[in-house]
Design a protein. Structure first.
Length: 203
């Protein structure tokens, strides 16, 4: 029975990672069509920090839930490359703040060399890098791909069925990913009323 349970967790973890990786496909297609405008700062931070997160997360004991973090290294790297031509941002005050924070935090991670500290620190950097995209999703939701973020949500939710160690050091990363994807979906799907430029101009 224990063997079957472990097999289920392993299958859930791999499926979650596959869904998370597939979520980048519609994001890439809509980026190439000019419908999605990836923020350069966000996706480059997510690429670099994603690799560090996967390494530090594995070091603190995560096994069956490691596939989603690995997918968040490969996918963001492709989108980060596309952002050079099809993206936006990178030089706003918030973008510069995010990049500077990432650089400082990475330096601290190198100096400490402790897996748990690295995991927590890199989660903070990851959220820091997410701020420009969260802001854009709130103000201009049409600039993000809803299908992609819906698939991210499915993959992040399924990843909980792969948890084989219910310690907070293993749970914190899946919880963070789920919270981030839920927040993005709320920003992308909930109706909001902003004054249009035309109405503002008339006033």
């Amino acid at each position: 029975m224990l063997f079957n349970l472990l097999n289920h967790r392993s299958a859930a973890g791999r499926l979650a990672g596959l869904i998370a990786l597939m979520a980048f496909i519609p994001y890439i297609f809509t980026t190439l069509r000019g419908q999605t405008k990836p923020n350069r700062a966000t996706w480059w931070i997510w690429t670099v920090v994603g690799a560090l997160l996967a390494a530090s997360y594995y070091a603190v004991g995560a096994r069956q839930t490691i596939w989603v973090p690995l997918s968040y290294v490969a996918g963001p790297f492709v989108i980060a490359l596309l952002s050079f031509k099809f993206g936006e941002g990178g030089w706003s005050r918030l973008d510069q703040f995010s990049i500077a924070g990432a650089g400082i935090s990475l330096l601290l991670w190198i100096l400490t060399s402790r897996p748990l500290f690295a995991l927590l620190l890199n989660l903070l950097i990851d959220f820091w890098g997410a701020l420009p995209t969260l802001r854009k999703a709130y103000l201009r939701p049409e600039g993000e791909d809803r299908l992609a973020w819906s698939l991210f949500f499915v993959g992040n939710s399924l990843n909980f069925f792969a948890v084989d160690n219910w310690k907070w050091t293993v749970l914190i990363y899946p919880v963070y990913l789920l919270a981030l994807s839920v927040t993005m979906l709320l920003f992308l799907f909930l109706p909001r009323r902003f004054p249009t430029e035309e109405k503002t101009a008339r006033k």
